[in-house]
Design a protein around this ligand. Structure first.
Ligand SMILES: Cc1ncc(COP(=O)(O)O)c(C=O)c1O
Length: 396
């Protein structure tokens, strides 16, 4: 049998990070590659009790098919949580998704045609590029400064042709950057003027070390934004429960796309999440996770300050789990990774996070899981490799 693979599928590529994760599973490898939550943040006893309650009180429904839109009490809880930050959100606009990753897939299918223009940050989340790529859009990278995306650099035609702007305003994956409130408002104004929706992906918003939150773009105008949220970083990614909140005009199409994809997100998992969050558990739990990541970040930055040459640039994140390193122009982090793997240390070369024209002199470090000892040792090895294999001057 010769299998004819569709043109669309032929263009798919494997995620460089998922491939790298296979190597970094070896215990001797100090991995700054993953970007997964630390298991220390999982409230295991609390989740066990939530599972027990669901299975003893509501087993038949939990083990049965359910509505595509999701478990109503969870939708109501999410709408209430989001309403605290501004306009009252209608639970009818909340769609429970199988991770926020599924939200990206559904939005690509509903909003993009082959060749249609999708504005994306430079750089951006690799998983979003993968999900949207299935709809074969034309990615239009938007240059970014330290405040966030700068749409003003784009020609008016590039704005009016856009079908969406995808962005991650809080502690972005991969740069760790948080968009300022002024920039959020400026993006919204430009998007409304040019008539394209903003897709606001917000898995890390709760992970601000100081506990301060910048209002979401969505809270400023829920009619112009699709908001994606997730329980992956605040409870447990393995349950695969996320959500999106979409304007009325879009909602039925997203539901239909989800019907085709998986009928619904697992009934049991949705109920377990609801049991876990109702009653205010996250109000105590999130400060614990914030403290955990703040400490991981403090150690990582200290290790980098001690071990990296001063010509490697990075910003200290205010939340989340990533640090973005910039080597002088002309260096390439991909061959550096080959040397790093030989020295049993791993990171993700930055090139993989660019839709177009990769900046090869960048790399992403995740500090969520390693112990302090391994962070210091990993930074020492990385610093040595950078001194050995990279040049300190800019070469274009
Ligand atoms: C920016 C961003 N969006 C979405 C996701 C997917 O998360 P989920 O586990 O909710 O599917 C991730 C996962 O790391 C992410 O970094």
């Amino acid at each position: 049998m010769t299998w004819t693979i569709s043109e669309r599928a032929q263009k798919l590529t494997s995620s460089a990070i998922r491939d790298l994760l296979k190597v970094t599973e070896r215990p001797e490898v100090i991995s700054f590659a993953g970007g997964i939550p630390t298991p220390r943040s999982f409230p295991v006893d609390h989740m066990r009790a939530a599972c027990d309650r669901v299975l003893s009180q509501d087993a038949h429904a939990a083990l049965q098919y359910g509505p595509t839109e999701g478990y109503t009490p969870l939708r109501v809880w999410i709408a209430d949580a989001l309403s605290k930050h501004g306009t009252r959100i209608d639970p009818e606009r909340v769609l429970i998704t199988t991770g926020s990753q599924q939200g990206l897939d559904l939005l690509g299918k509903v909003l993009l045609d082959k060749g249609s223009s999708a504005l994306v940050e430079t750089p951006t989340y690799l998983g979003a590029l993968q999900a949207l790529k299935l709809s074969e859009p034309h990615f239009q990278p938007v240059p970014c400064d330290e405040e966030g995306p700068v749409l003003e650099g784009l020609a008016p035609l590039q704005l009016t042709a856009a079908r969406m702007l995808y962005c991650i305003p809080n502690f972005q994956n991969p740069t760790g950057r948080r968009m300022t409130f002024a920039r959020r408002c400026a993006l919204l104004a430009l998007a409304k003027a040019a008539n394209f929706p903003i897709i606001e992906d917000d898995p890390y918003g709760a992970l601000s070390y100081a506990g301060d939150e910048v209002p979401s773009i969505f809270s400023q105008d829920p009619e112009a934004v699709v908001y994606l949220g997730s329980f992956s970083k605040v409870l447990a990614p393995g349950l695969r429960v996320g959500y999106l909140v979409a304007p009325k005009a879009l909602f039925p199409k997203l539901v239909q796309a989800k019907q085709a994809a998986d009928l619904h997100t697992p009934s049991l998992n949705q109920r377990v999440i609801f049991e876990a969050v109702q009653g205010g558990f996250l109000d105590q739990h999130i400060p614990r996770i914030r403290a955990l990541y703040a400490e991981q970040c403090r150690v990582m930055v200290d290790a980098l300050q001690r071990e990296l040459p001063e010509w490697v640039q990075y910003d200290t994140p205010e939340g989340g789990m990533f640090i973005w390193l910039r080597l002088p122009a002309g260096n390439d982090a991909t061959p550096l990774l080959a040397h790093a793997l030989q020295a049993n240390v791993a990171f993700v070369p930055g090139a993989t996070f660019f839709a177009e024209q990769p900046q090869t002199n960048t790399l992403r470090l995740s500090f969520s899981t390693p112990t302090p000892e391994r962070m210091y040792e990993g930074a020492r090895r990385l610093g040595g490799l950078i001194r050995q294999h990279c040049h300190p001057d800019e070469r274009v």
